[in-house]
Design a protein around this ligand. Structure first.
Ligand SMILES: Nc1ncnc2c1ncn2[C@@H]1O[C@H](COP(=O)(O)OP(=O)(O)O)[C@@H](O)[C@H]1O
Ligand SMILES: O=C(O)C1=C[C@@H](OP(=O)(O)O)[C@@H](O)[C@H](O)C1
Ligand SMILES: [Mg+2]
Length: 197
């Protein structure tokens, strides 16, 4: 528990009790949002939604082909609409965003207004080792030097600082990170909406 720091107050609404709010995972590409999101969903008996997967299905194309054929701006438009749809109009889901999605103001607002937002945080040193695993499938990383990627990593940190909780995933297996998130979520539920009787 000592790793987790709560940054933003969770917005409480009349319509969706906190125990039913969607849980949204944010963070830089490759930190493990998709992998860990699936594990968190399983542990909480929830459906998992990967926003990139939803976008790929709607285009019937992988992300690299969407960028190549339709351009990044069109990808971002569909990404924003997909996130608004799922975050504002569903409940009891675990949702993994793509790393760039949270750069859009509307995405940050809908996530923080309707969901519990978890940052999966990784140091640059740990992240660098992941690069070979993701390079080919992330169009944003193409034709960039390591210095340029580090600059992007640092620039995006400011947006990611808007979250409800974070977990430091350095040196943690996905299973362990997922368990930390689940424990933190259960603590939040008990604080905001304790069971009676
Ligand atoms: N804790 C971890 N340790 C080592 N590799 C990991 C960890 N979490 C994810 N990975 C690997 O890193 C890559 C990116 O993971 P992914 O879940 O797709 O991240 P994201 O959705 O944040 O881009 C995958 O190859 C995955 O197997
Ligand atoms: O950071 C980004 O701009 C992107 C991250 C990717 O998702 P992951 O964060 O799951 O890798 C995917 O949405 C797309 O390649 C763009
Ligand atoms: Mg992902």
């Amino acid at each position: 528990m000592k790793r987790i720091v709560k940054e933003c107050t969770i917005i409480q609404s009349q319509e969706v009790p906190i125990r039913e709010k969607n849980i949204v995972l944010i963070g830089f590409m490759g930190v493990g949002k998709t992998t860990i999101g699936q594990l968190v969903a399983k542990k909480l008996y929830r459906d998992f939604i990967d926003i990139d997967e939803e976008i790929n299905q709607s285009f019937d194309l992988p992300t690299t082909e969407i960028f190549r054929l339709h351009g990044e701006a069109e990808f971002r438009r569909v990404e924003r609409e997909t996130i608004v749809h799922h975050c504002a109009h569903s409940r009891l889901k675990v949702i993994a965003l793509g790393g760039g999605a949270y750069m859009q103001e509307e995405v940050r607002r809908v996530c923080l207004d309707h969901c519990i937002v978890f940052l999966i945080d990784l140091s640059w040193d740990s992240w660098k080792d992941r690069l070979p695993l993701i390079l080919d499938s992330r169009p944003v990383l193409q034709n960039k030097t390591l210095e340029e990627i580090e600059e992007l990593f640092l620039t995006r940190k400011a947006a990611y600082s808007l979250h409800n909780s974070r977990v430091d995933a350095d040196q943690l297996e996905p299973e362990k990170t997922a368990e930390e998130i689940v424990q933190s979520i259960k603590t939040v539920w008990d604080i905001y909406q304790p069971h009676h009787g």
